[in-house]
Ligand binder design. Sequence first.
Ligand code: PMP
Length: 287
Amino acid sequence: MSRVAYVNGVFQPHAEASVHIEDRGYQLADGVYEVWAVFDGKLADAQGHFERLDRSLAELRIDPPMSRAALKIALRETIRRNRVRDGLVYLQVTRGVARRDHAFPAPGTPPSVVITAKSVDRAAAEARAAKGASVITTPETRWARCDIKTVGLLPNVLAKQAAREAGAVEAWFVDDLGLVTEGASSNAWIIDREGRLRTRDTQANILRGITRKTLLEVIADAGLTLEERPFTVDEAKSAREAFITGAGTLVLPIVKVDNQVLGDGKPGPVAKRLRELYIQRARATAW
Ligand code: PMP
């Protein structure tokens, strides 16, 4: 019996079912899911899962893809077409397909909806349950491995969207101590009131930016001194200059942090110079 999957309103052979490569679920983990147990072809705990789905969607501000009644029909139909009596039905809803950008796509971009169903062997499950099972323990590291360049970017997506809505290009994350960690898609730098060039060290839990690394060499070659030391939000707001680095923005001068304008509100001389030097070096060494 061949399995089928529901993909955006169409049933496709499971083996060929696919979403676009620029689906935000695939690229940014920008989506939610639910799983219902299926008994006798029907949804178990149906209401609780629907309510959690609505909540998850609302928290991420993803438009509900269809009414609950329509969704129930699609779920039941997927179960039926896969001839599942006892098993699981899986639903995934993402923010849809759009040219890759952390911030939300244009309003009206349709969410992507995928539904799959699979059978489970209840007798085998009962036999396992009768024996009991085991667990191991592991450190709680969820959302705490920002040093890995993972596509699990949902917090970055939400931060970037908040920046966009505030008319800013970037959001700087601030840790429990009030220290800036990094941007949603860039590393953060300031030139503090004493004129010291500063960026957070990479022992901490941030992405080791490649642009950051090269810029450290540029800074050393230019005879400038740098402190790899975190800075507070207040230090950023009272800084002489600030900038961000990343493959997308290169070295981008920052002239405002929250509502605080830095200096005279124009890109500072050091940031401008470092942008020039970085681009020169990157151009000369590109291969
Ligand atoms: N931090 C984060 C969270 C990023 O997504 C990026 C961009 N990839 C950076 C820093 C900058 O890294 P890079 O200079 O390697 O582009």
